[in-house]
Design a protein around this ligand. Structure first.
Ligand SMILES: NC(=O)C1=CN([C@@H]2O[C@H](COP(=O)(O)OP(=O)(O)OC[C@H]3O[C@@H](n4cnc5c(N)ncnc54)[C@H](O)[C@@H]3O)[C@@H](O)[C@H]2O)C=CC1
Ligand SMILES: O=C(O)C(=O)Cc1ccc(O)cc1
Length: 363
């Protein structure tokens, strides 16, 4: 029997638990300091067993996943090092940054246990076990940061266990991970937040900004709704990398200032062309660190029960909706329904089905 202990059964830990629970030979134990959380994990059936005792969960585990906020990771792994862990036990984490936790683990003595940093590069702006899903990591990248001293057989054991997530496991150096994650995830979050706050400022004078920002602006700034404490921890932890990136970002925007001051149309068109060319080479359907919105919009006539009818059509065809939002619904005026899916495949199927049923569907 393989026992997996999970500390921090939220969005990420809960999703790992759901991938592993019920698999042959695996028992999943969840830990929380709070008895009400322990009760909740059991009620939701996310784990086989749950406890408020860190020691009890840790000492029977073959694998330990530490899925707590980045700001608490080091305190957790320091506590783990003080327990009598099973020989061969593998401790891993799910933190969005990897260099500091790797350095901390290196300074500790885990006896005959091992530490391998990890980062499942998929998530959402939601948090908590309520948002956990066994599909979260399917086709996503899952970074592992073993160091030169980690025996290959140990890494392979973790890779083997993680095959249940259906993620694409990649090995990356911890420092390099933080530089890349900084550029493709942390910097974009800062840009989205700054952009939304800039518009929020204008909106204080004129609330037409907010009204007209519906649709595309809202979509491209989705990540500005990320969890504030999660992002506080990530940005503080990776601040040296992020500060350098912000400096480079400022150079990029300054190039636009120059081009505009000189009314240099060729340079502006050139910047769009260069960006467009690079972007078109990026794989379109691959699941990246920032998740894509797989949304479509359906015009809904003002008929009672129409929304139920649309969701049943999708359900009958086993097309899983991840979110549904009524954008406008006023008496006598047709409304718009935004349907969100977890994958391009579900979205494609929904568009074909609803169009065939006579609905007006837009992407
Ligand atoms: N949210 C996302 O999309 C992603 C998050 N991560 C990383 O995964 C880890 C967990 O993030 P989520 O699951 O999103 O967060 P979450 O808020 O959904 O879950 C965090 C869990 O840690 C527990 N916890 C234990 N000690 C805590 C403390 N002192 N303060 C606050 N919570 C404590 C909470 O009760 C909760 O169960 C973080 O390190 C995050 O950087 C990694 C990939 C994606
Ligand atoms: O909302 C999104 O798409 C994200 O960016 C989620 C996310 C948050 C933290 C990570 O370490 C990885 C992914």
């Amino acid at each position: 029997m393989t026992t997996v202990a999970i500390f921090g059964v939220g969005l990420i830990g809960g999703s790992i638990a759901l991938c592993l629970k019920g698999k042959p030979g695996i028992t999943v134990i969840g830990h929380s300091n709070r008895p009400s959380q322990v009760e909740k994990y059991l009620q939701r059936g996310v784990v086989d067993y749950a406890t408020t005792s860190m020691q009890e969960a840790a000492e029977q585990a073959d694998f330990i996943f530490v899925c707590v906020p980045v700001g608490n990771l080091e305190e957790y792994i320091e506590k783990l090092a003080a327990f009598q862990l099973k020989p061969g036990c593998i401790i891993t984490d799910a933190g969005s940054t990897k260099a500091s936790v790797a350095a901390c683990a290196k300074s500790l003595d885990f006896g005959q246990a091992y530490f391998i940093g990890g980062h499942p590069m998929a998530g959402s702006e939601r948090t908590g076990v309520e948002a956990a899903s066994s599909h979260l990591y399917e086709n996503a990248f899952y970074v592992l940061t073993p160091d030169e001293e980690t025996p290959e057989t140990v890494v392979e054991r973790l890779v083997d266990l993680l095959s249940h997530t259906k993620a694409n496991i990649v090995r990356v150096n911890a420092k390099e991970h933080d530089e890349i994650a900084g550029a493709i995830s942390h910097l974009p979050h800062i840009i989205a937040v700054s952009l939304v706050n800039q518009i929020r400022g204008y909106n204080e004078q004129n609330d037409l900004y907010e009204s007209l920002a519906a649709g595309g602006f809202r979509d491209i700034t989705r990540i500005a709704s990320g969890d504030p404490t999660l992002w506080r921890d990530i940005l503080i932890n990776n601040r040296h990398v992020v500060l350098k990136l912000l400096h480079d970002w400022s150079n990029e925007t300054n190039k636009f200032v120059q081009m505009l001051e000189n009314a240099d149309g060729d340079a502006i068109a050139g910047a769009f062309e260069t960006a467009g060319n690079f972007r078109s080479k990026m794989p379109e359907r691959r699941k990246g660190m920032i998740h894509s919105a797989f949304d479509c919009y359906v015009d809904i006539p003002d008929h009672p029960g129409i929304i139920g009818k649309i969701t049943s059509e999708l359900g009958n065809s086993l097309i899983n909706l991840s979110n549904i939002h009524i954008i406008e619904s006023r008496e006598d005026v047709p409304g718009i329904l935004r349907l969100s899916f977890r994958s391009q495949e579900y979205l494609d199927q929904a568009v074909i089905l609803l169009t065939a049923k006579g609905y007006d569907v837009h992407l």
